[in-house]
Design a protein around this ligand. Structure first.
Ligand SMILES: *[C@@H]1O[C@H](CO)[C@@H](O)[C@H](O)[C@H]1NC(C)=O
Ligand SMILES: *[C@@H]1O[C@H](CO)[C@@H](O)[C@H](O)[C@H]1NC(C)=O
Ligand SMILES: *[C@@H]1O[C@H](CO)[C@@H](O)[C@H](O)[C@H]1NC(C)=O
Ligand SMILES: *[C@@H]1O[C@H](CO)[C@@H](O)[C@H](O)[C@H]1NC(C)=O
Ligand SMILES: *[C@@H]1O[C@H](CO)[C@@H](O)[C@H](O)[C@H]1NC(C)=O
Length: 350
C-alpha cells in the first residue's frame, strides 16, 4: 500500500487520538519489582555510537541519532539511513567514521523529538544547529543557530510539547562542548552558562526561557502542557510550571534529588510519569559507572529504579524511552541509548 502524505497525516491524527485515549487512564504507581527482565539488543552499524532513541508516531523504528552524523531507522531487520544534518555530509567520508575531528563536518544529532500530529522530527545537533525533517527523512532543514544573538554551543536535549505545540531544548554550556565530553575532559560543575530555550512552531519564534543554568539536561514537557522538567549537574531535577497564557511563569522548583548527573529526561508510557538516566561514578580511573534509570512522577515520587549495570558495564546510559503497547496488551518496552555503545538496548516485560 502506498502511504500518500494526506493519508499519512490522517494516520498520525488517528494514532494521536488513540494514543490519548489509551494512555490517559493509566496512572503510574510504585513498582515493587522490576518488570523489565527480557533483554535484547539492536546492533548499530560497525563503529557508530548511539544516543537518542525514539519510535515515530506510527510506532515504527526505533530511530537512533548516531556518532557519524546520521539518524538511522530500524526497519525490522536493519538500520537504514533516515536523515542527516549537513548539506556537506559525504557518505564516503562520514559513514561509520570514529574520527572525532570529523564530527563538525559530519554532524552529530544529539537529541530529537517527533511532532505526534505531523510526524515531523525536530532535531538538535551537538555543535549548534536546530533542525526539522519531514517524515520522508533526508536532509534536515536548519532553523536556527542562535537565540538573542548568542550562538548555540552545546545543544543536547529536546522535546516536542504536544499540547502547546512548542519545542523545548537545552544548550548545555557556552563554555564546554560535546567534544569535551567525547575527550573525557572534566566539565566544571560550577559552570552556569546553560540555557533552556523554546521554539514556537506556530509563530516560528525562539526565546530563552531560563538562562545561567548549571549544565542543564533534559528537557521533558509534561505532556499536558502544564510544566517542563530539566536536570542539572547538582544532581537535581527541576520542575518549571508553565503559565496558561501570557508571559513566563514562576521560579523552577527542585523536584528530585539524585545521586548523580541526570541526563535526558523523557515522558514514560503513562501521562505524568518520566524516565531519567543517572550514571553513578564508582571509580574515576579506569572509569567505572553504575548506570540506573529512575522512573518518577510529577510530584517527585520514585516509581522504579532500574539497574542497567549488567548490560552497560564500563559504559553509560544517556536516554531511556518507554513505550506501552496497544491497550497494554503486549506489555511495555524500554529502549536505551548510550553515546558509548554501538547498540540500542531493548528491555521488554514479556
Ligand atoms: C530493511 O532494510 C534492508 C537494507 O536496506 C533491506 O534489505 C530489508 O529488506 C529491509 N527490511 C524491511 C522489513 O523492510
Ligand atoms: C561546506 O564545505 C565547504 C568547503 O569545505 C565550506 O566552505 C562550507 O562552509 C560548508 N558549508 C556548510 C553549510 O557547512
Ligand atoms: C534535596 O536535598 C536538599 C539538601 O541537599 C534538600 O534541602 C531538599 O529539600 C531536597 N529536595 C527534594 C525535592 O528532595
Ligand atoms: C507520586 O508518587 C508518590 C510515591 O509513590 C505518591 O505518594 C504520590 O501521590 C504520587 N504523585 C502523583 C501525582 O501521582
Ligand atoms: C546494580 O547491578 C550491579 C551488577 O549487576 C551490582 O553490582 C550492583 O550492586 C547493583 N546496584 C544496586 C544498587 O542494586
Amino acid at each position: 500500500m502506498v502511504i500518500t502524505p494526506s493519508y499519512r497525516s490522517m494516520l498520525y491524527i488517528m494514532m494521536f487520538m488513540i494514543g490519548i485515549l489509551v494512555f490517559i487512564p493509566h496512572l503510574c504507581g510504585v513498582l515493587l519489582t522490576d518488570p523489565y527482565t527480557k533483554y535484547s539488543q539492536l546492533n548499530l552499524p560497525p563503529g557508530v555510537k548511539g544516543d537518542s532513541v525514539s519510535l515515530d508516531p506510527l510506532n515504527q523504528g526505533p530511530y537512533v541519532g548516531v556518532s557519524d552524523g546520521r539518524i538511522l531507522k530500524y526497519n525490522g531487520t536493519d538500520f537504514v539511513d533516515f536523515a542527516y544534518l549537513s548539506p556537506n555530509r559525504s557518505k564516503q567520508l562520514c559513514d561509520g567514521t570514529t574520527d572525532i575531528s570529523l564530527s563538525t563536518t559530519c554532524g552529530r544529532p544529539l537529541g530529537f523529538s517527533f511532532d505526534p500530529l505531523t510526524g515531523y522530527l525536530y532535531i538538535v545537533g551537538a555543535y549548534g544547529g536546530f533542525y526539522r525533517v519531514s517524515p520522508q527523512g533526508g536532509l534536515a532543514t536548519k532553523f536556527a543557530t542562535d537565540v538573542n544573538g548568542v550562538p548555540f554551543h552545546f545543544l543536547n536535549g529536546i522535546d516536542f510539547d504536544p499540547i502547546k505545540r512548542v519545542v523545548y531544548f537545552t544548550d548545555t554550556s557556552l563554555v564546554f562542548s560535546f567534544t569535551d565530553v567525547l575527550l573525557g575532559n572534566p566539565l566544571n560543575p560550577e559552570d552556569s552558562t546553560g540555557r533552556l530555550i523554546e521554539y514556537n512552531t506556530i509563530t516560528g519564534k525562539l526565546r530563552v526561557l531560563i538562562d545561567q543554568l548549571p549544565l542543564p539536561t533534559g528537557p521533558a514537557a509534561s505532556g499536558d502542557g502544564t510544566f517542563i522538567l530539566y536536570g542539572s549537574t547538582t544532581g537535581k531535577i527541576f520542575k518549571y510550571t508553565l503559565p496558561l497564557i501570557g508571559s513566563l511563569a514562576g521560579k523552577p522548583q527542585a523536584l528530585l534529588n539524585l545521586t548523580g548527573y541526570p541526563l535526558k529526561i523523557k515522558r514514560a508510557a503513562e501521562l505524568g510519569c518520566f524516565w531519567v538516566p543517572v550514571n553513578e561514578l564508582v571509580q574515576l580511573r579506569p572509569r567505572l559507572v553504575h548506570p540506573f534509570g529512575y522512573k518518577f512522577n510529577s510530584t517527585g515520587g520514585v516509581i522504579l529504579i532500574k539497574n542497567f549495570t549488567a548490560e552497560y558495564f564500563q559504559s553509560q546510559v544517556n536516554v531511556v524511552q518507554e513505550y506501552g503497547s496497544f491497550l497494554g496488551l503486549g506489555g511495555k518496552t524500554l529502549y536505551v541509548g548510550s553515546i558509548m555503545d554501538s547498540y540500542v538496548g531493548v528491555y521488554g516485560t514479556q
